[in-house]
Design a protein around this ligand. Structure first.
Ligand code: AMP
Length: 281
């Protein structure tokens, strides 16, 4: 059977009306689907009787100088991936059918959760994510929605929004899927040359150095971060944007490793911005 594809909230709403007795798992994406997305889809299928995927390259979350126009779009391939993965319905709205317009009502997450990490350089990004994810959750009304831990700041902010706005959905965080080299799968890896991809493996390798120190009972944050930057310096092509150790829920910086902490990094290789993180304890 062909995978049903809906382009407006109304069309999707009609479809969902006749499936409301089922449990709905929802995976919001921006497309250019890879193994990381597929792991979210697999989990949504396992834990629900209906799996819905959305593909929407959200203009609100791109800054003026970012890659909105360049962002990879491959709907036909994504459709086949979803069909093969057993997705029940695909939602591919346009900006117009998502109701994007000037003077849009927006969801603004707590400033303290947006001030560090990616929020420092990507002004307006998380407000754009929060607004669209909230709209998508209201349109789909899933029982569970699946997000990757790779976007740890996004995941923490979405958990917070769902709690603060009493949105009736379970947010499920899913582990980061990586290539054998350790590089996290990302739609933006398509921008990298083969050499760039192998250089980018330094990101995860360097994060692991902090865990190795933590395993030796090191709690000093400066020493943990220094272990990461030493490893990073082995690949001069990597331009560090930030490296921060924060509380995984509040995203506030920590000064000693007493509990599990989120070690998050962003930087560029071949001018492609990549992010990654690990929980260290
Ligand atoms: P995106 O299409 O980049 O907006 O990602 C859609 C969802 O897939 C988000 O919840 C991401 O966190 C998640 N995701 C992206 N890359 C990975 C990965 N390598 N492993 C697991 N989840 C991922």
């Amino acid at each position: 059977m062909n995978l049903p594809l809906f382009t407006t909230p109304n069309e999707l709403g009609h479809y969902l009306q006749s499936h409301r007795s089922q449990s709905i798992g929802f995976v919001p994406t921006m497309g250019a689907l890879h193994l990381g997305h597929q792991s979210l889809i697999d989990r949504a299928r396992r834990e629900n009787t209906l799996a819905i995927v959305s593909i929407f390259v959200n203009p609100l979350q791109f800054g003026a100088n970012e890659d909105l126009d360049l962002y990879p779009r491959q709907l036909e391939i994504d459709r086949v991936i979803c069909q093969t993965a057993g997705v029940d319905a695909l939602f591919v709205p346009s900006p117009t059918s998502m109701g994007l317009k000037d003077a849009l009502t927006q969801v603004i997450p707590p400033a303290m959760m947006m001030s560090g990490l990616c929020g420092r350089t990507r002004a307006g990004h998380f407000q754009g994510v929060a607004t669209i994810v909230t709209k998508l959750l209201n349109i789909v009304q899933p029982d569970r929605a699946y997000f990757g831990e790779k976007d740890a700041q996004q995941l923490a902010i979405i958990r917070r929004i769902v709690t603060d706005l009493n949105i009736p959905v379970d947010i499920i965080g899913c582990p980061t899927l990586r290539a054998d080299s350790g590089l996290a799968h990302s739609s933006r890896n398509q921008y990298l040359s083969i050499a760039g991809r192998s250089q980018a493996a330094v990101i995860y390798r360097s994060l692991q150095q902090a865990q190795k120190l933590a395993d030796l009972q090191e709690v000093n944050v400066d020493k943990l971060l220094a272990a990461v930057t030493t490893e990073l310096s082995t690949v001069p092509a990597f331009q560090l944007e930030y490296l921060e150790l924060v509380d995984p829920e509040t995203l506030q910086p920590i000064d000693r490793l007493n509990n599990a902490a989120l070690l998050a990094i962003a930087g560029r290789i071949e001018n492609t911005r990549l992010i990654d993180n690990v929980i260290i304890s």
